[in-house]
Design a protein around this ligand. Structure first.
Ligand SMILES: [Zn+2]
Length: 442
């Protein structure tokens, strides 16, 4: 990445932060079209013809899509996607205006600095570099800057996938957010530069339980009422020890980090996996949540008067499912709920996973190592979800690869969705350089 780009990637991020693209959820948002149109104007100025697309009933929720033809158009294409929206910021809690994009302490401050206008700025810089120089990527690169990731994607990725799948024709793999950030791993042989690339996401399932019973006077308990039935079921669900179910991504993460730390790991037995997670401690990070399913009651409703036994009690439970466990989970959940209580899925999003032994993963790993030759690059499984779930419906292998350099430590993670979100300028430039290298050469 040349000096022009080193400077412009910083200014692009600052400009993008100043577009307040807050997504409040339930269809309420702002600014996505302004941000998309501004990016489209930059791209048009260097000869590209980006498309700005939005649902007819929500023209402000704009997405930008551009296909850059590669040198060899017979190769499978790559998609790079980043979202334009940000979660709300409460200015009174911030030490500076969340949309001012101030620079201090070598950092850019503002909502979206890490999640994920940094990647939008990096990709834009690469596109403009290609446009100005005539340099082209090895293969077709499809770029999607999308709306609505921070809610349900129904104006962004999910809509594009459902209504405009032809835009992604020939795409075999995708890179998006949540992966590729530097982390310093203190090992017996010295500090190791660890980069975890997302290669999977747990599935998200929400269930609602309904228990019924005879209502009556609370002074005459029957011992078998709606609240009691619901509580029994919730207790079984909340305390259930879900079996270990290692996806290839989690196995490779645990294996790679344990080996670097000199910790022996037996990943072929449940007790061995648990021992490994415990021994890794904070370095097991998100892996400790992704070795198995989880079921967490989050909402409970019953009753209207303290001396009346209610006839109905309901609860909502958040369930997360590791890749490969989606067939086993529903019957296991039904057994936990039991026959006394009915339940239904109100939301069912299957887990996704991409191969960890693919040329795509190897190319990301190689791009990181060209910048930091001794880096340890491992895959991991995300605990939550991103737009990867939508794009994977097209059969695309989705990875989380939004590289951040060594200076990211101390800000990344604390800053995403948090107060005083910020990114180190060095980390931004390092990441933009690695991403450009990957997008050009893969
Ligand atoms: Zn994000």
């Amino acid at each position: 990445m040349d000096e022009i780009q080193q400077g412009e990637v910083v200014e692009f991020l600052r400009t993008l932060i100043r577009f307040d693209t807050t997504n409040w959820g339930d269809g309420r948002s702002a600014g996505e079209r302004d941000a998309a149109e501004w990016m489209a104007a930059q791209l048009t100025a260097v000869g590209f013809e980006p498309e700005v697309l939005a649902r007819a009933d929500a023209p402000e929720r704009a997405n930008l899509v551009l296909r850059v033809p590669g040198a060899d158009r017979s190769l499978p294409a790559l998609l790079v996607h980043a979202h334009l929206d940000v979660v709300p910021a409460e200015p009174e809690q911030w030490t500076r205006d969340p949309f001012s994009a101030d620079i201090s302490d070598g950092r850019i401050w503002g909502r979206g600095a890490l999640d994920m206008k940094d990647m939008c700025a990096s990709v834009l810089s690469t596109l403009l570099h290609w446009g100005r120089t005539g340099e082209r990527p090895t293969r077709d690169v499809v770029v999607a800057f999308v709306a609505d990731e921070e809610d349900r994607g129904e104006f962004g990725a999910a809509w594009l996938v459902a209504e405009h799948p032809a835009l992604f024709a020939g795409v075999e793999a995708a890179v998006g957010e949540s992966g590729g950030s530097h982390r310093a791993l203190p090992t017996p042989g010295g500090t190791v530069d660890l980069f975890a690339i997302a290669a999977a996401e747990r599935g998200t399932m929400h269930i609602v339980l309904t228990a019924r019973g005879r209502s009556g006077h609370a002074s005459r308990p029957t011992g078998d009422d709606a609240v009691r039935r619901l509580l029994d079921a919730l207790h079984r669900i909340a305390t259930h020890a879900w079996p270990i179910h290692l996806s290839p991504a989690v196995r490779a993460y645990l294996d790679g980090v344990a080996t670097a730390l000199g910790i022996p790991a037996d990943l072929d037995s449940d007790t061995g996996v648990q021992a490994c997670v415990d021994a890794l401690g904070e370095h097991a990070d998100v892996a400790k949540f992704t070795v198995r399913a989880s079921s967490t009651p989050t909402m409970v409703t019953a009753g209207y008067k303290v001396n009346v036994i209610p006839g109905i009690a309901t609860a909502a439970v958040d369930v997360r499912c590791p890749p490969g466990f989606e067939e086993a989970l529903p019957p296991a959940l039904a057994a936990l709920v039991g026959d006394d209580v009915s339940f239904e899925f109100t939301h069912f999003e299957s887990p996704v996973q991409a191969p960890v032994d693919s040329p795509w993963f190897a190319a990301m790993s190689a791009a990181v190592r060209r910048a930091l030759p001794d880096a340890l690059v491992v895959p991991f499984c995300m605990g939550g979800g991103t737009d990867a779930k939508a794009f994977s419906r097209l059969g695309i292998a989705c990875y989380g690869f939004a590289p951040h350099g060594p200076a990211a430590r101390g800000s990344y993670g604390d800053g995403v969705h948090g107060v005083d979100e910020n990114i180190s300028i060095d980390s931004l430039r390092w990441g933009a350089t690695v991403l450009q290298d990957f997008l050009t050469t893969v």
